[in-house]
Design a protein around this ligand. Structure first.
Ligand SMILES: [Zn+2]
Length: 394
């Protein structure tokens, strides 16, 4: 596989070639022998590279180049290359060695510190990484580097579940980066959950309002607000927050529906529920909505009426879940033995298929899961897992 590391190695090799050219030119008259030695190193390194021996190539390149202001960027790149290859300890050694050089300008020193912080982060030495990054958050540091330092610090605080610190550090990034804005709202939700566990509902509410003002699309904030109302027995308000989630993103319907149903049941508001469900099915024909209506119809008017409704709906919007439910309804009324067995077998298949199907998918990296997470376990992005729609999903 011709991966990023290989590409970077070639770029570095070319940079070394250029660096050697610049570095050797003034010496040519004084020490003609040096040129041929260094050029030979360069070509030996390149030869290793072309023969797919990247380890030897890196070794040769790193030894062939003296550290001075002209070659510093190449050394930084070599260190980065080791990190990219999963050898963060060697990367750290190169970057530490560079940091000890007095020849570094302030900007170069900042750059090396940032790379060293990245090495330590990869090595799991978070406190050392944190110290280096904090030193980079000062007005004289270039904006790009300041942002990069903040982004990595945020990663550290997230790993340590230091939500308030993550919020403080990410503050200047929130306006520029939508993913940081989304994450910041979730950190507020995490703080709200901490307050709820401590029994401080007022503080939790404050964090959740803050989450929504940071990111008006934050589903989790309304989910938690609904939860708080539910605990207080204020079911009308619970429904209000759940319906706000539906306005935020109609793809979350299957997530909120069981709670909307149980809140209406707690209120004894069957007609309000049916009106809501029918309206929902008309605008967003998800299979969960269809089955929820069918279940109520079955209780009130019997299986035949429910089966009739489901089969009519499936003609317009086919779904595996709908077919599975329809088979269950047919089985309840079927007395003819061979037909009953065949339908039972078919039902086993649909059940099996449904069990294997993931329910949620990350919109960022494509990770699929049966369970819902607010943070994707694979790409660590917040609020990106949504119910899967289509024939095999909702
Ligand atoms: Zn993901």
């Amino acid at each position: 596989m011709f991966n990023v590391a290989a590409l970077m190695l070639i770029t570095t090799a070319l940079a070394i070639g250029w660096g050697l050219g610049r570095y050797q030119r003034p010496r040519r008259t004084a020490r003609p022998g040096a040129t041929s030695t260094l050029s030979r190193d360069y070509f030996v390194g390149l030869n290793y590279l072309l023969n797919e021996q990247p380890d030897k190539a890196i070794e040769t390149f790193s030894h062939s180049l003296e550290v001075n202001s002209d070659t510093i960027d190449t050394h930084i790149a070599l260190g980065n290359l080791f990190r990219l290859r999963g050898e963060a300890d060697r990367a750290a050694r190169i970057h530490q060695n560079l940091l000890a050089r007095p020849a570094l300008s302030e900007q170069q020193s900042d750059q090396v510190q940032l790379e060293l912080a990245r090495d330590f982060y990869h090595l799991g030495v978070l406190d050392r990484s944190e110290r280096l990054l904090i030193a980079l958050i000062r007005p004289t540091v270039a904006q790009e580097m300041n942002q990069a330092a903040r982004q990595l610090l945020v990663e550290i605080y997230q790993r340590e579940q230091e939500w308030q610190r993550a919020l403080d550090i990410a503050q200047p990034l929130v306006r520029h980066f939508p993913s940081t804005r989304r994450a910041a709202a979730h950190w507020q939700c995490e703080l709200a959950e901490d307050e709820l566990r401590a029994g401080l509902a007022g503080n939790a509410r404050k964090h959740l309002r803050q989450a929504l003002s940071t990111d008006a699309e934050c589903l989790r904030a309304n989910w938690l607000l609904a939860d708080m109302e539910h605990r207080q027995g204020r079911y009308r308000d619970e429904i209000k927050f759940l319906k706000r989630m539906q306005v935020q993103d109609q793809r979350c319907i299957s997530l909120i529906l069981p709670r909307v149903v149980s809140a209406h049941e707690a209120l004894g508001d069957e007609s309000g529920l049916m009106q809501y469900l029918n309206n929902l099915l008309h605008h967003h024909p998800h299979s969960t909505t269809l089955i929820t209506i069918a279940e109520r119809l079955q209780q009130q008017e019997g299986s035949e009426r429910a089966a009739e409704m489901v089969s009519r709906q499936l003609e317009q919007t086919p779904s595996l879940k709908g077919v599975d439910y329809l088979l269950a309804l047919y089985l309840e009324n079927e007395c003819d033995e061979p037909l009953y067995s065949r339908m039972g077998l078919l039902k086993q298949h649909t059940e099996h298929l449904l069990k294997q199907r993931p329910k949620y998918q990350c919109q960022e990296c494509g990770f699929k899961s049966q369970q819902h997470y607010w943070q994707c376990p694979q790409c660590r992005q917040w609020g990106t897992l949504l119910p899967i729609t289509g024939i095999e999903g909702e």
